[in-house]
Design a protein around this ligand. Structure first.
Ligand code: FES
Ligand SMILES: [Fe+2]
Length: 333
């Protein structure tokens, strides 16, 4: 489904996080998205502004792995015969032909669209109609943004996004963190369009914060296709009453069996906290999800009837229906 011929335009025309922006410098970096390898590198323009370039990790000459080469003056140099490509994908030098010889016009890299958002590099292997999801708090100076870095999970993107839409696992999977003493009963879920990008629901939940203190949170959780989930929290009780925290969970299918995971946090409180301290609780929660999901083989089936769903699964059911339509628009009535 997420690798090889099974990947249709519906999935290709989307945005996916493939790296932490801080990890993409002038060294080429290989990433795999939907079963295909890409090379990323950072180039700089005349104004000093830098930009990330993404291309298929395959040299048009003999399929050399560009990610094994080097970047010189913003151009990537293939490690096989030294053909050199600019940020626009065009070959600018074939060393065996000499600097004066014309370059074959077919010597051109297949570029992927790139955006840098929220400290992350997003790429699209197709022709995206829109932009990566918008977080209105980003750019608001009262909010601080912290990006957690990208890690590999040995599980399908379908399992991860389903899990991030789900609160019913909190008292079980997250008994050691946020879910201690959480009521397992999930109230009715009314799905709504939360904003332009996210579909989800609003709810109130009593959980434990990172100090183990009980706290009441007014929350919304929603998804943006294909695999992004956002949870907004406003604290109703405790020392952060009235403050807000936004958690963006980004999942990227590397292939059918593995995925990239990263999260970004925006908070309008506790600005003095060191970044790692701020991320530690969410990292621990993520590790609990990862440990559970890596025990479950294969994809979560998307077709209705393939799973048993209850009231608490309504957001996941909606997400799976919309993802199915994205993947196979013609076969879903
Ligand atoms: S394969 Fe890249 S230069 Fe020959
Ligand atoms: Fe979880």
């Amino acid at each position: 489904m997420f690798a090889g011929d099974g990947v249709g335009d519906g999935l290709r025309d989307q945005w996916y996080v493939v790296a932490d922006a801080a990890d993409v410098a002038t060294e080429p970096r290989a990433v795999t998205l939907l079963g295909a390898r890409y090379v990323l590198w950072r180039t700089s323009g005349a104004s000093g502004a830098t930009a990330v370039v993404a291309a298929a990790d395959r040299c048009p000459h003999r399929d050399g792995p560009l990610s094994g080469g080097e970047v010189t003056d913003g151009c990537i140099v293939c490690p096989y015969h030294g053909w050199t490509y600019g940020a626009d994908g065009r070959c600018v030098l074939v060393p065996s032909a000499g600097p004066e010889a014309p370059v074959p016009s077919a010597a051109r890299l297949a570029l992927a669209a790139v955006r840098e958002r929220y400290g992350l590099v997003w790429i699209s292997p197709g022709e995206p109609a829109g932009e990566p999801p918008i977080i209105p708090q980003d750019g608001d100076p009262s909010y601080r943004r912290v990006t957690a870095g990208v890690e590999l999970w040995r599980t399908s993107a379908t399992r991860m996004t389903d899990n991030f839409c789900d609160v019913a696992h909190f008292p079980f999977v997250h008994a050691g963190t946020i879910g201690a003493d959480t009521d397992p009963l999930v109230a009715g879920i009314e799905i709504e369009q939360l904003d332009d990008d996210f579909t989800g629901y609003r709810y109130v939940v009593d959980v434990r914060d990172e100090r183990g203190e009980p706290v009441r949170q007014v929350m919304s959780t929603g998804f943006a296709l294909p695999f992004t989930v956002r949870s907004n929290t406003t604290y109703e009780t405790g020392p952060r009453t009235g403050h807000e925290r936004v958690l963006l969970l980004c999942t990227t299918p590397v292939d059918d069996a593995s995925s990239l995971f990263t999260f970004v946090v925006w908070r309008n409180h506790d600005h003095d906290l060191p970044a790692e301290e701020l991320l530690a609780f969410d990292r621990a929660i993520g590790a609990e999800d990862k440990a559970m999901l890596e025990q479950i083989p294969g994809h979560l089936r998307l077709d209705p009837g393939a799973t048993v769903d209850v009231r608490a699964d309504r957001l996941s059911v909606r997400w799976r229906r919309m993802l199915s339509r994205l993947i196979s628009p013609a076969t879903d009535a």
